[in-house]
Design a protein around this ligand. Structure first.
Ligand code: SAM
Length: 251
């Protein structure tokens, strides 16, 4: 049986492709790529010509049997997306789920991932974080999602595109107020920038310098303040609750 390698590719800087990823891309019989026109540039850079097949959200389910047949024939396959780690806000989940259910060998080849790169340099707590991918495109749904996340104590992480970055920051300002935010832009590229402050302050910054709203973004937000356990009022409330429960009062 062949192996499916899930291969992370650069998010901007070609030097970030690992030697192992480069070797495997040259060794597999087939590369399943989100966009073959995009991946051909990476292969050209590596001096490789490897057969490719497109695998994106619209054809992923239909590709499963076809790719599985090749694995069963003993061929190995690399799965790549346009940038970063496949399956992370990118295609591949359906394929990996189905192949794993069939007992196939699936091997991750780790490397660049925008959310991890962003968190590693942001200075926000990383012991617990909540990655939310892209927020909904429609304003109403986006605000609702933010409201649902408002009391979360973990660092919040979102992906965002240049088209929506201002609207999203405006909604974050409206729903979450002065919350500390770190914005990572164009990671690993020439214009990589980290900005931090409140969402409102960053919006003003973008108005002053429109270049700051160009490119790709990872938005990171401090989690909600933890309610302090030593807070006198909360201790008292806990004691009352405990007493009521001990008495068997339904609460
Ligand atoms: N699979 C990718 C990964 O591992 O990070 C993410 C793919 S997702 C379709 C694309 C989004 O990732 C962009 O809209 C942006 O939010 C984020 N992203 C990708 N590359 C980035 C970069 N160089 N700098 C900042 N954000 C980036």
């Amino acid at each position: 049986l062949g192996t499916l390698y899930v291969v992370a590719t650069p998010i901007g800087n070609l030097e970030d492709l690992s030697p192992r990823a480069a070797r495997l891309l040259g060794e597999v019989s087939l590369i399943a790529a989100e966009d073959t026109r995009h991946t051909v540039r990476l292969l050209r850079h590596l001096g490789l010509t490897v057969p490719m097949l497109s695998l994106h959200e619209h054809n992923e389910a239909a590709r499963v049997d076809q790719l599985d047949e090749r694995l069963v024939r003993g061929e190995s396959i690399a799965l790549v997306s346009d940038a970063g780690t496949p399956l992370i806000s990118d295609p591949g989940f359906v394929l990996v789920r189905e192949l794993r259910a069939r007992g196939r060998c699936i091997v991750p080849v780790p490397g660049p991932c925008a959310l991890v790169a962003a968190l590693s340099a942001a200075g926000l707590p990383t012991d617990r974080f909540l990655f939310q991918g892209f927020l909904p495109a429609k304003a109403g749904a986006r605000r609702q999602r933010l409201e649902r996340l408002a009391s979360n104590q973990e660092t919040l992480v979102f992906y965002e595109s240049p088209h929506r970055i201002r609207d999203t920051l405006a909604d974050i300002a409206a729903v979450l107020g002065e919350r500390h935010l770190v914005l990572a832009r164009e990671l690993t590229k020439s214009f990589e920038t980290f900005l931090d402050g409140s969402a409102a302050a960053l919006l003003t910054r973008m108005e002053d310098d429109p270049d700051q709203s160009r490119g790709e973004f990872v938005i990171m937000l401090a989690g909600a303040e933890a309610r302090h356990g030593s807070d006198a009022a909360s201790l008292e409330a806990d004691a009352v609750l405990e007493a009521l429960l001990a008495e068997g009062v339904g609460v």
